[in-house]
Design a protein around this ligand. Structure first.
Ligand SMILES: Cc1cc2nc3c(=O)[nH]c(=O)nc-3n(C[C@H](O)[C@H](O)[C@H](O)COP(=O)(O)O)c2cc1C
Ligand SMILES: CC(C)CC(=O)C(=O)O
Length: 363
């Protein structure tokens, strides 16, 4: 089957993966209310097409923190890509490069930052959690700069791991041959130890991530690195303003794909609030959560996002066909975006603004 839309990759991936890995990828926190809300929010967007505009060339190109991108659709940071494909993040980097897309590499990557950089044709950012072991965090920041990563993305919505019932029931643990190699073996033991009724990842995150971090600690990170600092996991105007005051160069509006606080707002419902609070020109706002088509990407861009990131769809592509699958997912979403730009009469991203959408009742 040739995938015609992203959900085709989902079906193909589900057939290939064992049920514990599938649940880890697909699952959310608690009753998965926020996970569902991320998708439902897009159903409330209707498009306002303009006609008799020259759309013979629709340009999806954009610029973000100094890097040119062929597409505003990028790769969200997701952990342990070797669960999905033997090449892991090396394949993801190749696929993102083919698509001309941004790739945000997770600190829980299962390949080294340097090996991933060697495969990358496009810009890489490194996502970090604030590790209890500050010397490990410091070393990662330094390694990222040396290896050519262009920004640090600090994920701020996970002082504890969300209560993921699927993983707890499955006793999900990372298989022995796969590891977050950039953390070093000393920090990995608990991620492999499955316990009945408990996910190893919850135990591992509690061990590795420092839940006491506050806004005041960001100064340390700012001093440590000259790379731009991006905060991922902001959902309110209040925190968006604090992020800018504390020197964030960009923000990712995200509820972590519904995997953290169940009951948090759908990402799309929080987007305009954050964009209005920071003024998108001064501080670019990125978006992730529930984007499953180029039309969804268009909606988020119209509401003020400068770029959108795909989490699960990239993992589906990776599972189905490695680098080609990742390139396929990103390429399809970009094609759909360009098509939506054409049929709404907005041939450049600068013309994709709030006049292009109405938020109302579900279609
Ligand atoms: C399997 C999986 C692993 C993830 N790992 C990370 C991670 O290591 N760091 C992080 O900041 N976010 C992580 N996320 C969250 C994604 O970056 C992103 O916020 C979310 O997946 C976007 O929603 P979507 O999957 O609906 O596109 C993960 C998400 C998934 C599905
Ligand atoms: C290994 C996990 C802590 C990665 C993550 O952030 C997630 O699964 O959502």
């Amino acid at each position: 089957m040739t995938p015609l839309h992203l959900e085709d990759y989902r079906d193909l991936a589900q057939h290939q993966l064992d049920h514990k890995t599938w649940d880890f990828v697909e699952g959310g926190a608690g009753a998965e209310r926020t996970l569902g809300a991320n998708r439902r929010a897009f159903a409330r967007v209707t498009l306002r097409p303009r006609v008799l505009v020259d759309v013979s060339a629709c340009d999806t190109g954009t610029e973000l923190l100094g890097a040119r991108l062929a597409t505003p659709v990028g790769v969200a940071p997701t952990a342990y890509h070797r669960l999905l494909h033997p090449d892991g993040e090396l394949a993801t980097a190749r696929g993102a490069g083919t698509a001309g897309a941004l790739y945000v590499v997770s600190v829980f990557a299962s390949r080294t930052l340097e090996d991933i950089a060697a495969e990358a044709a496009g810009p890489l950012w490194l996502q970090l959690y604030w590790l209890r072991r500050r010397e490990v965090l410091a070393a990662l920041v330094d390694r990222a700069a040396t290896a050519g990563y262009r920004a640090i993305v600090l994920t701020v919505d996970a002082p504890q791991l969300g209560r993921r019932h699927r993983d707890a029931r499955n006793g999900f643990a990372i298989p022995a041959g796969i590891s977050a190699v950039n953390l070093g073996p000393a920090l990995m033991a608990s991620a492999h130890r499955s316990a009945a009724g408990r996910s190893a990842l919850a135990v591992h995150t509690a061990e590795a991530v420092d839940p006491s971090v506050t806004w005041a600690d960001l100064a340390w990170l700012r001093e440590r690195s000259t790379l731009p600092l991006v905060l991922k996991g902001i959902l309110t105007a209040e925190d968006a303003v604090l992020a800018v005051q504390h020197g964030a160069d960009a923000i990712v509006v995200s509820n972590h794909g519904g995997r953290q606080l169940d009951g948090a707002a759908a990402g799309l419902d929080a987007l305009a609030e954050v964009v209005d609070a920071v003024g998108a020109a001064a501080c670019p706002v990125l978006f992730d959560g529930g984007v499953r088509s180029g039309t969804d990407a268009f909606a988020a861009l119209a509401l003020g996002a400068r770029a959108v990131l795909l989490g699960r769809p990239v993992l589906w592509g990776l599972a189905v066909d490695g680098a080609a699958g990742v390139a396929g997912v990103l390429g399809l979403a970009t094609e759909e975006l360009a098509h939506t730009m054409a049929l709404t009469g907005r041939p450049a991203l600068s013309a994709v603004d709030r006049s292009a959408v109405t938020l109302g009742t579900a279609l």
